[in-house]
Design a protein around this ligand. Structure first.
Ligand code: TYM
Length: 338
């Protein structure tokens, strides 16, 4: 079993990332049996697909390294690094560019969403982004990829690329690439914005009130939850009755993910109550979960050298783990390297 996943270095970690993905990274790391390797990286190479500030990117990588360690990623047990230190990611992407089809990339919703009306002005990197993501997981023979629901399409593409490469260039009994499976948390695969129940909670939302950042203090969290958009109806008895009430459903989903209960169980405690009672309870639960993480983050973020050392050590391990698959891919394509 090989657990592999990545996260963007842009901006702070938010509750959507945490409940949708990072908490699963930590759980899978902690449950890992001997022989299971967990590989987690900060995708700084992906970050240049959008306009960016180099100094912000540099510090964003350290921010994210500190945040991941604060959440419970243990660099002694898991391999933790930033992509730019492992050239095999970019190399394998180029090799896979020959296998990926234009039609497949044309169907990717992220490019459509992020390029918007300015398709012609979007970077080529934004278009080929999913091929780098495929390289990220195929390079390490990932079997399990813990992600939120929004990454499902990218993972399907990685499987398609792996399958076509294996079919085109490998003997039937000796495929090079493993087909990765996405692992999504059943309760929290998609955490929505606090301001709009139809948009996912995201770092790129211009309103900070739309998300809970892992570094928000208790007062900010309580304020954001109290101001979260809701409706005037009381809470029902079952989750099914929340249909058509996207904002209410989102808050109940967050509560259930934090409390480790099903939405129906949560509603048993709050049925008939209004949000005036529910929101403070939800806020408290968030503060309880996030305050130890945020305290640890502040401590870790003070020491750039220690963070750089963690990433450098992780990159060293990643480079050797990646080498055999990269060599096999070069060889299968008939590319000689001396
Ligand atoms: P990124 O940085 O946008 O998000 C990191 C992880 O957080 C999850 N996530 C969410 N889950 C639930 N609700 C939300 N509102 C929410 N927002 C974010 C994402 O699904 C993701 O798991 N393309 C990827 C990074 C990447 C990657 C990879 C992931 C690059 N290479 C290889 C896995 C494997 C991204 O931009 O994630």
């Amino acid at each position: 079993m090989r657990v592999v996943s990545g996260i963007q270095p842009t901006g702070n970690l938010h509750l959507g990332n945490y409940l949708g993905a990072i908490r699963n990274w930590v759980r899978m790391q902690d449950a890992a049996q001997q022989g299971t390797q967990c590989v987690f990286f900060i995708v700084d190479l992906h970050a240049i697909s959008m306009p960016h500030d180099p100094a912000e990117l540099r510090s964003g990588v350290r921010d994210m390294a500190a945040a991941l360690v604060a959440c419970g990623i243990d660099p002694e047990r898991s391999i933790l690094f930033n992509q730019a230190q492992v050239p095999a990611h970019a190399e394998l992407q180029w090799l896979l560019n020959g296998t990926a089809r234009m039609g497949w990339l044309n169907r990717m919703t992220q490019f459509k969403d992020k390029s918007g009306k300015n398709r012609e002005g979007a970077s080529v990197a934004l278009f080929t982004y999913p091929i780098l993501q495929a390289a990220d997981v195929l390079l390490y023979q990932a079997t399990h990829v813990p992600v939120g629901d929004d990454q499902k399409q990218h993972l399907e593409l990685a499987r398609d690329i792996a399958q076509k490469f294996n079919n085109d260039f490998c003997p039937e009994d000796a495929p090079i690439f493993t087909l990765p499976d996405p692992i999504m948390p059943p309760q929290a695969a998609r955490i929505m914005s606090l301001r709009d129940g139809s948009a996912k909670m995201s770092k790129s939302d211009p309103s900070d009130m739309s998300r809970i950042n892992l570094t928000d203090d208790a007062d900010t969290i309580m304020k954001k939850v109290k101001k979260a958009k809701t409706d005037p109806e009381p809470l029902p008895e079952t989750a099914k009755e929340l249909e058509g009430r996207a904002e209410a459903l989102n808050l109940v989903t967050i509560y259930s993910a934090l409390a480790g209960k099903s939405a129906d169980e949560v509603l048993k405690d709050f049925a008939g109550e209004g949000f005036g009672k529910f929101k403070p309870a939800l806020g408290e639960l968030m503060v309880e979960t996030l305050s130890p993480i945020s305290a640890r983050y502040v401590e870790l973020r003070e020491d750039d050298e220690a963070l750089d050392a963690i990433l450098a050590k992780g990159a060293l391990k990643a480079r050797s783990l990646a080498a055999p698959t990269l060599s096999a891919a070069y060889q299968a394509l008939g590319l000689s390297r001396g």
